[in-house]
Design a protein around this ligand. Structure first.
Ligand SMILES: [Zn+2]
Ligand SMILES: [Zn+2]
Length: 199
């Protein structure tokens, strides 16, 4: 579910990556873009083979993941970039997407899919990245050290959040209220500190 006003985003065809989400006007740094809603699925029952390329399943807790309704617009439509302009903030267990920096009008909104390092379980690998950022690694898989770095960061962040109870097999309900912005997040510093930390 997008949390931006309807007049500030649109879905458009991209040259290389199918559809993507674009800003229609400037989005301020920290603005909450949307909540990753969908069906609550048990991770151990999740069938990766049926998930087109495995890119839509969002981790929720040790046991639960979220699978979005692909017929509805939402944050799952954001394409991957090695230098994304959006990031994920865990709020009451929900994955909120927010603007990592100021996003100009008509820019594509992007996120890192944060895929685990490529190994023999991903073959043939279809996770080719064509994000065209200056430090594109050509793959959506993270390197081992970036992945570990991110896991550590995320685990620390997750501990700060109170998770809502979920019912397996039902849709994750939207929260009664959402923050408009994510003002203080250590990720801003990490992501702007150097190219070395681009994902
Ligand atoms: Zn792959
Ligand atoms: Zn890339």
């Amino acid at each position: 579910m997008f949390l931006l006003s309807d007049d500030s985003w649109e879905i458009k065809k991209t040259r290389e990556k199918g559809y993507g989400v674009f800003s229609k006007k400037e989005i301020k740094m920290g603005t909450v873009i949307g909540d990753y809603l969908g069906k609550v699925i048990r991770i151990r029952e999740y069938d990766l083979e049926n998930d087109k390329k495995g890119l839509y399943f969002m981790y929720f807790s040790d046991q639960a993941g979220i699978y979005p309704n692909l017929n509805e617009p939402g944050p799952h439509l954001l394409n991957h970039s090695c230098q994304p302009n959006c990031w994920i903030y865990i709020y009451r267990g929900h994955s909120l997407f927010f603007a990592l920096r100021k996003i100009e009008a008509h820019e594509e909104l992007t996120i890192s899919y944060l895929l685990s390092p490529k190994d023999e379980t991903c073959a043939p690998c279809t996770h080719i990245c064509r994000c065209a950022s200056t430090n594109c690694t050509s793959t959506m898989h993270l390197s081992k050290d970036k992945y570990e770095y991110w896991q550590k960061f995320q685990n620390k962040e997750r501990k700060k959040t109170k998770r809502v109870r979920v019912v397996f097999g039902t849709n994750l309900p939207k929260l009664p209220s959402y923050p408009k912005t994510i003002p203080h997040n250590p990720i801003y510093k990490i992501m702007s500190s150097s190219v070395r930390h681009s994902f």
